[in-house]
Write a protein that binds this ligand. Structure first.
Ligand SMILES: O=c1ccn([C@@H]2O[C@H](COP(=O)(O)OP(=O)(O)O[C@H]3O[C@H](CO)[C@@H](O)[C@H](O)[C@H]3O)[C@@H](O)[C@H]2O)c(=O)[nH]1
Ligand SMILES: [Mn+2]
Length: 732
């Protein structure tokens, strides 16, 4: 009986960080108050005496207000950092575990190579979970015959692989890295039987790999935007084979028609919810991106440590794992590992839970449906309006509904018809899908908006970050990918920021203030662009023209400015080191923050505004998961690869040159009037030093990863124009 009482999960407050965070917040808040007092009194004086132009001064204050506003919002992340531990060995026996469905999305085999996608699929089928309680679905948004064929091959190989993993209880179950010796997992097994079995399976894997490669030559151009739905449950040709040891594997390709909105991944997941309801209807589902394979096969059991804990199970909507990445370079120059997000996640976990981070989470159907699933909650007429016309789907809302898939896994004619119906692109029309049911549609960041809504409905979530990563994906490994991805995210988040769901208004009445602040920070981070441009343009221009914007070094207020600047950097470094990353990561993150502010956030605000005015058609540019030798080589050496869109690079390079020039001109002023201009000079100098890679890229490098001469030239022109017209700023 004693073991029954032992908890399945434990939450630990990170006291050291909590104290450091709150102390930092307090001291910084005092310093900021001093700064704003100084700004207000000085502004009043300038207006009164006319001793210096008012416009640049006001602009710098605006930038500081924006920075402070975002800083305040971000403090919510630092309020209560926690970490969780689970004890899967205390779970009840397998018969008592609930079923789990796994949803994997893919869209284009030319950007998301089939071999990688199928490795993800196979690793999910090999989860350490009772096979009769596991169903894996791949939704192919490309409707590609290449992907369908690859799935059939994957099924054949999994027929050998899954039993092999189970027989030897392998602790790492993704075939590609396993055979490449990257996963480990079988060190303790040395029997000759195992060695022989492994050889056979390895041979099968090679055959599988060859088949996939042959099949993939036609990947380019295999994607279709005009096709009927296809749903295929994988099974053996041999009718009397025993399928009990195998989880279900299902290929789904929803209908696509030109001119119909498909709602990107959100639409794909909603289709998967419906299709799976008719086939397996598990109460829990795991979402994976096609490049995110399962590293530790125990993730489902770990998640069950929350769902089977009666004290929290009815409140938890999702259990989120961080995205971790494989084969990352020790120089994470593009911040592809997204550590800042996971660090802030620890804080979110302390205040009712992290948001959904796109993939790697286990969620309950009840939460995502937004509908009670017991008989007494169910009203058929109401349901028809919510979930659409499919009678089977309506029946499946009742959690005790058992889908009727025959033992040979071939859907009956009636079931096949129903499956087609729920995968039509018109199915959502006049239903609540995309609004109150399933993933919400109106933004490209389906994950964030859906989390906001669920948290507002009172659900909680947890972040589980075990030492051994459960899911490993491919890291963004080029500047262009990073800029494109960040622009997409920021654009989507800004869409939320400009909608009725804007968290600072929508949130406080529905969720806690701290949660609203966190979501507020998330969707408004784009505003950093305003502060960044303000501080990257106004102070250097004023430096050239000899107009001081900061207190003299001899003025005691200078200390407050210096304190804020230094303590923010120190705090950042502390967080990086505490999370176990090396010091250089702090520099890389700072650079990425500046690149995001100068390019991604800027374009995101622009695009979101156009979108709001109905002048833009949102799109989803997939992150590339294919491997590029040359870019990879540079990444490993920590050398930036500037083969990126000129549109993105030009603002960054222009700002850099602008600061460089004004610092060079302004240096004479610093020599004579250092007391007055030190802060301004330091600001430009900081930008120049942190972004030294831009200087190298524009003027010192000759390889083809440098900034193209075209971009450098345009940037020189832009910065000279801005500098030349700078005097306009100083007229008033
Ligand atoms: O129309 C689409 C677009 C994308 N995807 C799939 O969605 C996943 C994520 O796309 P990816 O190109 O990898 O984008 P990322 O920016 O890397 O994805 C992050 O950001 C997304 C939100 O923008 C989240 O959904 C993801 O989980 C998160 O990893 C991939 O499996 C895609 O195949 C679709 O199924 N349909
Ligand atoms: Mn991705």
């Amino acid at each position: 009986m004693k073991t029954m009482a032992e908890p399945l999960n434990v939450r630990r407050v990170l006291w050291k960080n909590l104290i450091i965070n709150r102390l930092h917040t307090l001291l910084n808040a005092i310093a900021i108050s001093i700064v704003f007092y100084y700004r207000a009194t000085t502004l009043a004086r300038i207006i009164h005496t006319g001793e210096s132009p008012v416009v640049p001064y006001v602009l710098v204050i605006v930038a500081e207000i924006v920075l402070t506003f975002l800083w305040i919002l971000h403090q919510a992340y630092r309020w209560l950092p926690v970490k969780r531990t689970v004890y899967p060995e205390r779970l009840p026996e397998d018969e008592k575990l609930p079923p789990v469905d796994v949803f994997i999305c893919t869209a284009d085999p030319s950007k998301e190579p089939s071999l990688g996608v199928m490795n993800t699929v196979i690793s999910a089928m090999s989860l350490d979970y009772p096979p009769d309680k596991l169903a894996v679905y791949l939704q192919d948004d490309g409707g590609s015959h290449v992907t369908l064929q690859a799935m059939r091959e994957a099924w054949k190989f999994a027929r050998v692989w899954v039993p092999f993993c189970r027989k030897y209880k392998l602790s790492f179950r993704c075939p590609e890295p396993y055979f490449a010796g990257k996963g480990g997992g079988d060190e303790k097994i040395s029997s000759s039987e195992f060695v022989a079995d492994r050889k056979i399976v390895e041979k099968k894997y090679e055959e599988f790999q060859e088949a996939i490669e042959k099949n993939s030559v036609n990947a380019q151009g295999s994607v279709s935007r005009d096709h009927a739905p296809t749903i295929e449950v994988m099974t053996d040709d041999n009718t009397d084979s025993d399928l009990r040891e195998m989880p279900l594997l299902v290929y789904v390709s929803r209908e696509k028609r030109p001119g119909h909105p498909h709602h990107f991944k959100g639409g794909a997941l909603n289709t998967l919810l419906r299709v799976s309801a008719l086939i397996s209807n598990a109460p829990y589902f795991l979402v994976l991106d096609c490049d995110m394979y399962c590293g530790d096969p125990s993730s489902a059991r770990q998640a069950m440590c929350f769902y089977l804990d009666p004290s929290v199970s009815s409140k938890i909507a999702w259990v989120q794992y961080p995205q971790k990445f494989r084969d990352t370079s020790e120089h994470d120059i593009y911040d592809g590992r997204l550590s800042p997000i996971w660090r802030e996640g620890q804080g979110l976990d302390g205040i009712r839970g992290p948001s959904i981070y796109g993939c790697n989470f286990f969620m309950t159907r009840e939460a995502i449906y937004g509908i009670g699933r017991t008989l007494k909650d169910i009203d058929i007429n109401h349901l028809k309006k919510s979930v659409g016309a499919s009678n089977e789907l309506i029946k499946s809302i009742n959690q005790s509904y058992k889908p009727q898939l025959s033992e040979d896994r071939k859907p009956s004619v009636a079931l096949a018809k129903e499956l087609q119906l729920v995968a039509l692109c018109t199915y959502d029309i006049d239903t609540k899908w995309g609004k109150d049911v399933g993933y919400k549609y109106f933004t490209v960041v389906e994950d964030s908006i859906t989390s906001i809504e669920l948290h507002c409905k009172g659900w909680i979530s947890v972040l589980l970050d075990p030492a051994r990563p459960c899911f490993l994906g491919s890291c963004t490994s080029s500047l262009n990918d990073m800029l494109v991805q960040q622009t997409r995210w920021s654009f989507g988040l800004m869409q939320i920021g400009l909608s009725k769901y804007t968290p600072l208004i929508y949130g406080p009445l529905r969720m806690s203030i701290l949660q609203s602040m966190c979501y507020g920070a998330l969707v408004l981070d784009c505003l950093y662009a305003v502060a960044f441009y303000g501080l990257a343009i106004i102070p250097p221009i004023c430096l050239i023209h000899g107009i001081p914007l900061y207190p003299k070094v001899s003025d005691p207020t200078f200390i407050a400015f210096a304190f804020i600047f230094i303590s923010s950097q120190v705090k950042h470094v502390q967080e990086v080191l505490d999370y176990g990353d090396p010091l250089r990561t702090a520099l890389y993150e700072m650079r990425v923050w500046m690149m995001k502010s100068g390019a991604c956030y800027f374009f995101a605000i622009l695009n979101a505004t156009l979108d709001k005015l109905g002048l833009l058609q949102a799109n989803f540019s997939l992150t590339n998961k294919a491997f590029d030798d040359e870019q990879d080589r540079r990444l490993r050496l920590g050398i930036y690869d500037f083969q990126a869109s000129a549109l993105m690079l030009t603002p960054l390079c222009s700002l850099y040159i602008l600061n460089l020039v004004s610092f060079a001109i302004g240096i004479t002023k610093i020599l004579h009037r250092g007391n007055e201009f030190l802060a301004q000079a330091v600001l430009s100098f900081f930008g120049i030093i942190v972004n030294y890679h831009l200087l190298e890229g524009m003027f010192l490098r000759r390889d083809n990863g440098r900034v193209s001469p075209f971009v450098t030239l345009i940037s020189i022109l832009v910065s000279v124009t801005v500098l030349g017209s700078g005097f306009l700023l100083l007229l008033y």
